[in-house]
Design a protein around this ligand. Structure first.
Ligand code: SAH
Length: 215
C-alpha cells in the first residue's frame, strides 16, 4: 500500500478537474487532495483511480465517481465535528472524504463482504469513523440520532422516513431519488422544524440501487 508523489500529483489534478466542473467548497477540494483513492480500488484499477469515473468494488457495487462524491459532500456543508450518517459505506472512499472534512462519521453497509473489507482497510489508512456498521440503512441509526446531516450513496425509489426522522432541525439529507435502471434526481431535504422539510433538486445522477433488507 503505497502513496507516492505521483499519486499526490494525480489527486491535485483531480481536484482541479472537479473545480472546473463546479465544485467550489475548499473543504471538499482539500479532502479530495488528501484521500488516496487508489488504495480503495482493486490494484488492477490503480492507473485509473484518479480519473473522474466510477469503478466496480466487488459484490456488484461501485465506488462513486469523484464528482458525485464531491457534489454530495458539498451539499452537506460539513462543519468540523458534525455528526454525519452515511448509508452505503461501500469502498469507504466517501467515508474517508467526510472524515478528512472533519466530520464524525457513522456509516452503514448491507453487503457483509464490503463491510468486512472496508472495516479492515480504513484503520490501516488512519481513517477513523466513529462507527462502521453492518445492517439495513433504510432504518438509519436511531440510537445515535439526531444527525447534522445524512448522505445516501445508493439510488432510492423514495426517501426513507426513518432517515428524515433522524435529522436535526436545520440538518440536511442528501439522497439520489429514483428507481433502479433509471437516472436518479439528486435531492436535498433541509429540516425546518419537527414536521416541515424544504426540498431542493439538483439534476440527474446514476447510482446502484438502495436495497431493502436482504433477509
Ligand atoms: N459510498 C460508497 C458508494 C458505494 S455504492 C463508496 O464511496 O464507495 C452504494 C453502497 O450502498 C453499496 O456498497 C451497497 O451495498 C450499499 N447499500 C445498498 N443498499 C443499502 C442499504 N439498504 N443499507 C446499507 N447499504 C446499502
Amino acid at each position: 500500500m503505497k502513496d507516492t508523489a505521483k499519486h499526490q500529483g494525480l489527486r491535485n489534478q483531480l481536484a482541479s478537474v472537479l473545480q472546473q466542473k463546479g465544485i467550489t467548497d475548499k473543504n471538499v477540494l482539500d479532502a479530495i487532495k488528501k484521500v488516496p483513492r487508489h488504495l480503495f480500488l482493486n490494484s488492477s484499477f490503480e492507473d485509473y483511480a484518479y480519473q473522474d469515473k466510477a469503478f466496480p468494488i466487488g459484490a456488484g457495487q461501485t465506488i462513486s465517481q469523484p464528482y458525485t462524491v464531491a457534489f454530495q459532500s458539498q451539499l452537506l456543508e460539513v462543519k468540523k465535528d458534525d455528526m454525519v450518517l452515511e448509508i452505503g459505506t461501500g469502498s469507504g472512499y466517501q467515508t474517508a472524504v467526510l472524515y478528512a472534512m472533519g466530520a464524525k462519521v457513522y456509516s452503514i453497509e448491507r453487503q457483509h463482504e464490503l463491510f468486512k473489507s472496508t472495516s479492515l482497510l480504513l484503520p490501516k489508512l488512519n481513517i477513523r469513523p466513529k462507527l462502521l456498521t453492518f445492517g439495513d440503512g433504510y432504518k438509519g441509526l436511531p440510537n445515535y440520532a439526531p444527525f447534522d446531516s445524512i448522505i445516501v450513496t445508493a439510488g432510492a425509489p423514495m426517501i426513507p422516513q426513518p432517515l428524515m426522522a433522524q435529522l436535526k432541525i436545520g440538518g440536511r439529507l442528501v439522497i439520489p431519488v429514483g428507481g433502479d435502471g433509471e437516472p436518479q434526481i439528486m435531492t436535498m431535504l433541509v429540516r425546518k422544524n419537527e414536521t416541515q422539510f424544504e426540498r431542493h433538486e439538483f439534476g440527474e445522477f446514476r447510482f446502484v440501487p438502495l436495497l431493502e433488507n436482504k433477509n
